[in-house]
Design a protein around this ligand. Structure first.
Ligand code: PLP
Length: 388
C-alpha cells in the first residue's frame, strides 16, 4: 500500500501501512532506512531517481508522501524541525511581503518572525484571528501569507480556518495552518481551504519524543515543487533516520490520538471541578469559548490543555514539586504526559507584554496528556493540587 486518494483506504490504514511490503530488494515488510548521502549514476549522464541526500532521500520521501496523503495534499517537504518548516515558508518571502500571524502563536514562531522582520527580510503583523474585524483590517494591507495556529499554544483558542482562508484568499494571501497540536487525525486544514499545513513532526506525528523534525504539506502540486526546490536550496531537509522513526511513530497516530484525547477530556473535567483550579482551557469542554468552532472543524478535541491555579505563582512551584506522572518538560505530543509552565518555559522569550496580550498568566500550566492510565494521571494531578 503506497498511495491514498479520495477513493483510497481510510487514514488509519494509510498511517499504519504506508510503504509496508514495498521493498524491491529483499521484500522487507518494514520499509528500509536509506542513510546514503550520495547515489551512483548508472553511467555518463545516467542519473537515477536520486543523486544527493539534500535534494532527495527515499526514506524521507516515503514519509513526505504518507503525510501528504494524510493531510490530503499534493506533496510535502520534510524539514529538520518545525521551525525549519515555518522558515521554509517565510524565508523565501520578499522584503516588503507582509505576514499575518496570530498574536498568541507559539513563542518560537513569534521569535522567528520578529527576527526576520528585524533584519528587514519581511514585515509582520500579529493579530487576534478570533476577531474577524481585526483580521479584515489587517488584510487591507495585502499580506503575502497568513499563518494560522489552531488550537493556539498554550491558550487552546480555536479559530475558524474556513472563514479565515476565505477572507485571506479574497485578499490574495496564501494561508498556512500550523496543525501541530491536532495532527491530521483530528483536523485537516487543506480540506477547510488552507493552502499549506505545517507540522512540528517532533510532536504527535512521531509521538515518542525521540526526534526533532518538521513538515510542510501543500495543497497545490506547483507549491509542493517550489517548496522542495527551496528545501534543497537552503538545505533544511530532515535526516533520514528521523524520517524513518517518524514513519514508525505514524503507524500508531490514530489510536494514540484517540486514547490521549479521551484521557485529556477526563482530566479537563476533573480540573474544571477542582477548587484549586480557577480556569481550564480545553476546547472539548462546552464552557470553552471556542468549543463550537472546535466541534465543527475538528474530528476530536486533542490532548493538550491548560489551566490556571487559584492564587499566586508560589502555587505553581508547589504543584510542580508534588505532581506525579507528569514530567516538567517543554514539548508535547509524546506518549508520556508532560507539564510545562509557559511563562518561564515555552513562552518566556515572548516578553511580559505580549504574554499579557495573549492571556498567558504566571499561574498557567500546560499539560500534554499521554497514554498512561487515566486513573493514574488523575491521581498524579491530585497530588499536585493537594500541595497548592
Ligand atoms: N509549532 C508549534 C505549534 C509548536 O508547538 C512548536 C514547538 O513546540 C513548533 C511549531 C516548532 O517545532 P520544533 O520544535 O520541531 O522546531
Amino acid at each position: 500500500m503506497t498511495d491514498g486518494d479520495a477513493d483510497g483506504p481510510e487514514p488509519e490504514t494509510i498511517a499504519s501501512s504506508y510503504g509496508v511490503a514495498s521493498d524491491p530488494s529483499y521484500a522487507a515488510v518494514v520499509p528500509p532506512l536509506y542513510l546514503s548521502s550520495t547515489y551512483a549514476f548508472a553511467g555518463y549522464e545516467q542519473q537515477g531517481p536520486y543523486d544527493y541526500g539534500r535534494a532527495g532521500n527515499p526514506t524521507r520521501d516515503m514519509l513526505a508522501k504518507a503525510l501528504a496523503a494524510l493531510e490530503g495534499g499534493a506533496g510535502a517537504v520534510i524539514t529538520s524541525s518545525g521551525m525549519a518548516a515555518i522558515d521554509l515558508l517565510v524565508g523565501r518571502l520578499r522584503p516588503n511581503d507582509l505576514v499575518l500571524a496570530p498574536h498568541d502563536c507559539y513563542g518560537g514562531t513569534m521569535r522567528l518572525l520578529k527576527a526576520r522582520a528585524g533584519l528587514g527580510q519581511l514585515r509582520v503583523c500579529f493579530v487576534d484571528q478570533g476577531d474577524m474585524r481585526e483580521v479584515g483590517r489587517a488584510l487591507e494591507d495585502r499580506p503575502a501569507l497568513m499563518i494560522v495556529e489552531t488550537p493556539s499554544n498554550p491558550m487552546m483558542r480555536v479559530v475558524d480556518i474556513a472563514a479565515l482562508a476565505a477572507l485571506a484568499h479574497e485578499a490574495e494571501a496564501k494561508v498556512a495552518v500550523d496543525n501541530t497540536f491536532l495532527s491530521p487525525a483530528c483536523q485537516r486544514p487543506l480540506e477547510l481551504g488552507a493552502d499549506l499545513a505545517i507540522h512540528s513532526t517532533t510532536k504527535y506525528l512521531n509521538g515518542h519524543s525521540d526526534i526533532v523534525g518538521g513538515a510542510v504539506i501543500a495543497a497545490d502540486p506547483g507549491q509542493a515543487e517550489e517548496l522542495a526546490y527551496w528545501s534543497n536550496a537552503v538545505g533544511s531537509c530532515g535526516a533520514p533516520f528521523d524520517a524513518w522513526l517518524t514513519l514508525r511513530g505514524l503507524r500508531t497516530l490514530y489510536p494514540r490520538m484517540r486514547q490521549q484525547q479521551a484521557n485529556a477530556m477526563s482530566i479537563a473535567r476533573y480540573l474544571a471541578d477542582h477548587p484549586a483550579v480557577s480556569k481550564v482551557y480545553y476546547p472539548g469542554l462546552e464552557s470553552h469559548d471556542t468549543h463550537g468552532i472546535a466541534r465543527r472543524q475538528q474530528k476530536g478535541f486533542g490532548a493538550m490543555l491548560s489551566f490556571e491555579l487559584e492564587g499566586g505563582v508560589d502555587k505553581v512551584r508547589r504543584f510542580i514539586e508534588a505532581v506525579k506522572f507528569f514530567t516538567l518538560a517543554e514539548s508535547l505530543g509524546g506518549v508520556e504526559s508532560l507539564v510545562s509552565h509557559p511563562a518561564t518555559m515555552t513562552h518566556a522569550d515572548m516578553g511580559e507584554e505580549a504574554r499579557g496580550r495573549a492571556g498567558i498568566k504566571e499561574t498557567l500550566l500546560r499539560l500534554s496528556v499521554g497514554l498512561e492510565a487515566e486513573s493514574d494521571l488523575i491521581a498524579g494531578l491530585q497530588c499536585g493540587l493537594a500541595a497548592c
